[in-house]
Each structure stands twice: as C-alpha cells, then as structure tokens.
Write a protein that binds this ligand. Structure first.
Ligand SMILES: *Cc1c(COP(=O)(O)O)cnc(C)c1O
Length: 352
C-alpha cells in the first residue's frame, strides 16, 4: 500500500474472487459459472453490435429494462440493470447506508466488503447449526437485511413464505433478496414487489444465463427504490452496462427456452452428483443452486481441495473456521462431474 492511499480504506479487506488460473487447463468447478456457452443468438447480437463500439451505450438502459420487465412481469420503471449484480449490491449499500445492514455470517463474501468500502455498519447473524438462515433473528433485525436465496455457499433455499415474513416484518427497513441462483430450483420473490415497497430483488446473468464474462446484473423493486439506485448509478457511471452486454442480455432473455433447458440439465446433474457423493460417505447440504457444499469425515476440506487441484480439478475452499471442513463444488457438465467423482474416489482410496 502506498503512503498516498486514503486512510479511509486502511481497514478494507478486498473480496477474493475464485482462482482463474491460466498456467494449466483445469476442470473449473470453483466459481459457479455455467458449463454451457451463451446461445447462438446472444453471440450474434454481440457480433452485430461491435461495429457501434465507437458510440457510448444507452444511459437509460431502455431496451434491456423493457426486456427484463416483460420477462419478470413488472414495469420498466421497476428495473435497473448493472455491471454484474455486484454493482447493484454496491449501489444498494451506498443508497441505504444510514440504517446499516444485517446478513448471515456464512453468505456471499462481497456483502461485508461493500459495507466496509462505503463505510456502512453491518452485523453478521449466525446461520443455525444446520446452516439454515435464522428467520426469527432476521424478522427482528432493526437494520436493512440482505439474504441470498438460495444462499451461497450452502445452496440452502428458504421458502417464499419465510422470505415474505422477513420482508413484511418491518416496512421501515429495506430487504434485499439476492437471487443469483434462483433459476436452479428456488422460488423468486419478484411478485412480492407490488405488495412491499421495501423489497429489492437482485438478479444476475452470470449463473443460469451463461454471461459471467459479460458482467450483467439487475435489481427489481418499487419505482421509488429504483430511482434511488439510478441516482447512485448516474453519480457513478451512467454507461455502467456496455453496448455489447446490453444486446447480449436482451438476446438472452429472448432465448429463454435455451437457458431453461440448461438449468434443468444442471439440476439433473446436481442430483446425480449429490447421490454419488453421499454414497462415498460425504455429507451434502440440500442444494437448490448450481453447486454443492460438501464435507467428509475421511478428509479435511483443505486437503481435498489441494489434492483435487493437483489432479486438475478446481473446487472452492473457504478458510473461514466455521466452513473450513467444506468445499463448494460447482455443477459443470455431466462429463466434468464424472471426472470430479472419479478423482475424488481415488483420493479417498489413496488416503485410506
Ligand atoms: C455470483 C454471485 C453474485 C454476483 O454475480 P455477478 O452478477 O457476476 O456480479 C451475487 N450474489 C451471489 C450470492 C453470487 O453468488
């Protein structure tokens, strides 16, 4: 850190993304990307738009807002598009700073980072022993709340009735539901935005829509909340979503069938992989996401992570004490999961 770096960032611990190694080819099951490429229509839309890159992107996000609104059954004024959903989360912590935020102790690692970056107070509410969200604690929290549903890295899903209890418990605070993984078996809270003017649903194109590298996210909420977020967006970067990604996003929404089939394939492979792992003696948390959170009495979490990496398979290991025994395994293609299962079985045989 240089002597010029602002004092206000001295306590910042930046978010650590999953490894994106270039030195050898890995089977990448560590960052919850889709194993499927974007649809042909998306690739064509990007190619056609490339010749217009000399021009700024649309700061009103009009076309994509309309496409998102049609997809989710809301009005364009209920939608904002962002540079990945990470940007939406950053805007939200800025916009609703005064009350601070509460979120689970085990959840998406960016929430505390955005709070620290924006000098917003936060409180971590421990998940229960079975790693489920402590609903009562969130019902009673005076702060704004953020809940990933399904949660990461556990994959555990809360039913919509529980989400509604949390949202409705206190209309004076903002309730943010991060639905990055909802398309793999969860139930979206989007339909509740008409009823609750304090609800913000955040979504992403990075997981089920095969667009992690395009950086596209969105938030859906009452119009007043969206105009707050637009005020932050126009004060940060009015061209926050680039031209290629705006077109890619609209084309992806028009190709809903392709992405729905891909999500169904991932769900099927997830259930298959979970069964095989349980048969090998793993504890596998019940997942409604495109990953599994697993542990075994036979091998420590870090040890399995290292041995899989030596064999060319990358999974995600977190060093946070409460989950250090676990690994998060993204569901890739069926063929990739067969390699993962075979290597895991060989590692277990080796250490026996
Ligand atoms: C992946 C993920 C995101 C971020 O996605 P981007 O749209 O790629 O920024 C947000 N929340 C959760 C819980 C995630 O797992």
């Amino acid at each position: 850190m240089s002597k010029f770096f602002s004092e206000r960032f001295s306590s910042l611990t930046p978010y650590t993304p999953g490894e994106q190694p270039r030195e050898r080819k890995y089977i990448k099951l560590n960052t919850n990307e889709s194993p499927f490429p974007p649809s042909t229509a998306v690739i064509e839309a990007i190619a056609n738009e490339a010749k217009l890159l000399n021009l700024y992107s649309d700061p009103t996000l009009k076309e994509l807002r309309e496409a998102l609104a049609a997809t989710y059954g809301v009005e364009p004024g209920n939608v904002i598009a962002t540079n990945g959903s990470d940007e939406a989360l950053n805007f939200i912590t800025m916009a609703y700073a005064d009350r601070g935020f509460a979120f689970p102790d085990i959840t998406y690692g960016f929430y505390p980072v955005f709070c620290t970056l924006n000098r917003v107070n936060y409180r971590e509410i421990p998940l229960k022993d079975d790693f489920s969200v402590d609903i009562e604690a969130f019902v009673n929290a005076p702060e704004n709340v953020i809940i990933a549903n399904p949660n990461a890295p556990t994959g555990i899903n809360l039913p919509l009735t529980e989400i509604e209890r949390i949202v409705s418990a206190n209309p004076e605070r903002v309730a943010v539901i991060d639905e990055a993984y909802v398309d793999f078996g969860g139930e979206s809270a989007v339909n509740l935005i008409e009823k609750y003017s304090n609800l913000i649903v955040v979504g992403t194109f990075s997981k089920s829509r095969s667009l992690a590298g395009g950086r596209l996210g969105f938030a859906i909420a009452a119009k007043e909340l969206i105009s707050d977020l637009d005020a932050i967006r126009f004060s940060t970067n009015p061209y926050n979503v680039n031209r290629l990604t705006l077109k890619a996003g609209a084309a992806a929404l028009a190709d809903a069938e392709y992405y729905k089939n891909n999500a169904a394939a991932i769900v099927e492979t997830r259930e298959y992989t979970a069964e095989k792992l349980k048969y090998m003696g793993f504890e596998v948390l019940p997942s409604k996401a495109n990953f599994l959170f697993i542990r075994s009495d036979k091998i420590a979490g870090g040890e399995l992570y290292r041995r899989l990496k030596e064999r060319g398979v990358l999974v995600r290991h977190f060093t946070k004490p409460r989950i250090a025994d676990y690994n998060r395994v993204t569901i890739g293609s069926k063929a990739e999961m067969e390699v993962f299962l075979t290597e895991t079985e060989e590692i277990l045989n080796e250490i026996r």
